[in-house]
Each structure stands twice: as structure tokens, then as C-alpha cells.
Ligand binder design. Structure first.
Ligand SMILES: NC(=O)C1=CN([C@@H]2O[C@H](COP(=O)(O)OP(=O)(O)OC[C@H]3O[C@@H](n4cnc5c(N)ncnc54)[C@H](OP(=O)(O)O)[C@@H]3O)[C@@H](O)[C@H]2O)C=CC1
Ligand SMILES: O=C(CO)COP(=O)(O)O
Ligand SMILES: [Zn+2]
Length: 354
């Protein structure tokens, strides 16, 4: 009989971080006592950036390795990959790419009987790098956050990460900053709805956002130091989710807003970018220092309004009106009824988002 994963506080066993550490992938796999056959799951672009290199390194060190491209983070993609590999000899998985690829790797690992896997982010764009949570689109096209396998190891190559497009890094910074309102929402839900709350997870999440916010002036494109700082923040945020056993410490009303934009906007922006703009608005609703959030996002070049998100104002308003319908059991500042159209316009105008 399997254990109930929600009772586990799973965190990665080993995290390798530093310059050119991708080259140490086979040694890292040895250290994790892996042997035999691996499957490298990677993205259509990231296969060239790191996926093929990981595959080559494993093969040249005596592992058997095959590669498969993950096209999208959907349930059908997960099922397709699982079906093709479930009767094959596989000892471990390696997820190489952005948030979507790593999320799919987590769920495939879960479906293959908790097959151990290593997370190899190619960008510091999201805080799922080290967490056991995954966001997957279901058959109706709705994003669902599921508990899945936590990576047993993480390889964060700061030289590779520092060469990724700055837009991805800025998005990851915004995903961390969004912890501010996620924690405020969680605390509110504890007071009003008596929900399960972890002070440790909340404190870690908030401290991670605070630490990064105080460093935004030093975060610069192409600087390896920046990749170190952001990667550590993303890992720390992932650990907060593991302690909580849910994404609560890193996902509140601002994430609901982003998930709703993913559903309704014809061309959504990046996950962290949308969450960052959501944080400005939700901070305003919480009567917090939303200007500080906005200035920090602006200073790293992350979007702060509809125009820089590349999303028409009407979708921002629609998303604000409907965000509360995402995962309705997760109580936030948006309440059970959400914002009226008038309130949505008002808050978006006041904060300069539209
Ligand atoms: N599990 C969790 O706790 C969390 C999950 N998420 C999820 O993660 C996803 C967001 O992740 P994000 O990384 O922003 O989005 P994607 O995974 O969609 O990646 C965005 C794009 O960047 C490309 N890319 C990645 N690395 C590089 C690089 N080094 N150079 C050039 N291009 C690169 C990807 O390539 P390619 O096409 O090859 O993939 C992709 O085209 C969302 O689905 C979100 O829900 C977000 C936060 C937390
Ligand atoms: O994006 C996340 C944390 O940053 C995960 O949150 P969700 O559970 O809302 O997908
Ligand atoms: Zn997020």
C-alpha cells in the first residue's frame, strides 16, 4: 500500500549549484546511487540548450539514456509519455528545461511509481524547480495544481542560467515576490476560515520574498551572481511549499489572477510576469505597500501593467472579476464572490495596471 503523499514533507536530498555543474551530471547521478537507464525529458528549445548535453554526458559515463521532448504541460501529454515508457526498463528520469517540462517530469515520475528524478532548470523562471507540486492542464484546459514527486536532486548550473533570456529571470524574481501576497492571503484565510496554516512555511516564504526584494538593485542580466541569488530564492520558496504540503505559501490571489489570465487571454504572458502584476493589485487590496512591489518589479524589468504584459485591458478586468473561481476552496482577499467590474477597474486604475 502506498503512503499518502500529503503527509510527507519531501525536499530534495542533494542540490548541486555553481558554474558549469551541468558537466558533473553523471557524478551527481552516481552520488544519488543511480545506475542503469535514464529518460531525459526536455523541451523543444531546451533540448539544444542542455537536454542533448545531459543525454550525451550520461551515455559517455556508461548510463543508458534516451530523450523525449515535452511539448506541453497537459494531462494528455503526461499520459502519452507514461504509456510509452511504463513497460520499459527505466531507473531514473531527468527533467531539463523550464517550468512546464519540470512539472511534466514530476507527474510522469509519479505515474511511473515514484521513479526518482533530477530537476535541471535551464532558467530561473519559476519556483517549481525543487518542489513536489506540479501545475498541469486538465482535459477541460484548466490548470490544476497537483501533489507529485519531489525531485531527489537539483542541478542548477549558474553559467547556463545566467545565459538564459533575462525575461525568464525577471519572471522568476516576480514569482518569488508574489509570495508576499500569497502569505497575506493565507494568514487571512487562517483568521477568517480557520484553514491549516504553517508558521514556518509562511515565515520562510515571506523571508525569501523580502530578501530578494531588498536585493533587486544588484540583480543584473548576465551576472552569474544573480543566477545564484534567484535560484536559491526559488529553491527556498519550493521548500516552503514542501513544508506546507501545498502551494499555499507561494500561491494566493495573485496566482489565481495569473491562472485566470492563462484561461482567457489569447496570448498569456509568462507565469511569473502575470503573478507579479497580480501581486501589485492584491497588495493594494490588502492595504499593503503595493508601490514598493511595483518599483521592485520595474527595477528588474518585469512587467508592471497590462501594456508591458502584452495583454489587453479587458482581459485584465475579466481576470480580476473571475480569479476567485480558480480553486475556490483556497480563500483569499478576493473572497467568495470576487470583485465587481467597477471594483476591478478601480483597483487596476489606481495601481496603474490599466
Ligand atoms: N510546480 C510548481 O510549483 C510551479 C510550477 N510553475 C509552472 O511552470 C510554468 C512556468 O514556467 P516557465 O519556465 O515560466 O515557462 P515554460 O516552461 O513555458 O518556459 C518558457 C519558455 O522558455 C524557454 N526556455 C527555458 N529555458 C531557456 C533558456 N535557457 N534559453 C531560452 N529559452 C528557454 C522554454 O523552452 P521549451 O519550449 O524548450 O520548454 C519555453 O519556450 C507554468 O506552467 C507554471 O504553472 C510555476 C511555478 C511553480
Ligand atoms: O506557481 C506556483 C507557486 O509559485 C504554484 O502554484 P499553483 O498551486 O497555483 O499552481
Ligand atoms: Zn508561481
Amino acid at each position: 500500500m502506498g503512503f499518502n503523499k500529503s503527509k510527507f514533507m519531501e525536499i530534495p536530498r542533494d542540490i548541486l549549484i555553481g558554474t558549469n555543474v551541468l558537466e558533473e551530471t553523471p557524478d551527481f547521478c552516481d552520488r544519488l546511487n543511480f545506475s542503469g537507464s535514464s529518460l531525459v525529458l526536455t523541451g523543444p528549445n531546451t533540448i539544444e540548450i542542455a537536454g542533448n548535453r545531459v543525454d550525451e554526458l550520461l551515455i559517455s559515463s556508461g548510463f543508458e539514456s534516451e530523450t523525449q521532448i515535452v511539448k506541453q504541460a497537459t494531462r494528455s501529454e503526461v499520459n502519452k509519455i507514461t504509456r510509452s515508457w511504463k513497460n520499459r526498463e527505466l531507473d531514473f528520469l531527468v527533467g531539463v528545461g523550464g517550468g512546464k517540462t519540470i512539472d511534466v517530469t514530476k507527474v510522469v515520475s509519479d505515474k511511473l511509481g515514484d521513479l526518482p528524478f533530477v530537476s535541471v532548470p535551464t532558467a530561473t523562471s519559476h519556483d517549481g524547480i525543487a518542489s513536489g507540486r506540479a501545475s498541469i492542464l486538465d482535459e477541460e484546459g484548466n490548470k490544476v495544481s497537483v501533489s507529485s514527486t519531489t525531485p531527489i536532486g537539483v542541478i542548477a548550473d549558474t553559467s547556463l542560467l545566467s545565459e538564459s533570456p533575462w525575461r525568464l529571470t525577471a519572471s522568476g524574481i516576480a514569482d518569488i515576490i508574489s509570495n508576499y501576497t500569497a502569505v497575506k492571503d493565507w494568514h487571512l484565510a487562517k483568521r477568517l476560515r480557520n484553514v491549516e496554516y504553517s508558521s514556518y512555511a509562511a515565515a520562510l516564504s515571506e523571508m525569501t520574498a523580502e530578501t530578494l526584494l531588498n536585493k533587486t538593485d544588484s540583480l543584473k542580466k548576465g551576472l552569474e551572481e544573480t543566477s545564484w541569488v534567484v535560484a536559491k530564492g526559488l529553491i527556498s520558496s519550493g521548500v516552503a511549499m514542501s513544508i506546507a504540503g501545498s502551494s499555499r505559501p507561494a500561491s494566493g490571489s495573485e496566482h489565481k489572477f495569473s491562472h485566470m489570465l492563462d484561461r482567457i487571454a489569447p496570448e498569456p504572458a509568462l507565469h511569473g510576469e502575470q503573478c507579479g502584476v497580480g501581486t501589485i493589485i492584491m497588495m493594494y487590496l490588502h492595504d499593503g505597500d503595493w508601490k514598493k512591489i511595483k518599483n521592485a518589479l520595474r527595477s528588474v524589468g518585469a512587467p508592471t501593467d497590462a501594456k508591458s504584459l502584452g495583454i489587453e485591458k479587458k482581459y485584465i478586468i475579466e481576470a480580476l472579476q473571475n480569479a476567485h473561481k480558480i480553486r475556490p476552496e483556497r480563500y483569499t482577499i478576493l473572497g467568495d464572490k470576487g470583485l465587481t467590474k467597477e471594483a476591478a477597474i478601480k483597483v487596476a486604475e489606481k495601481t496603474g495596471v490599466i
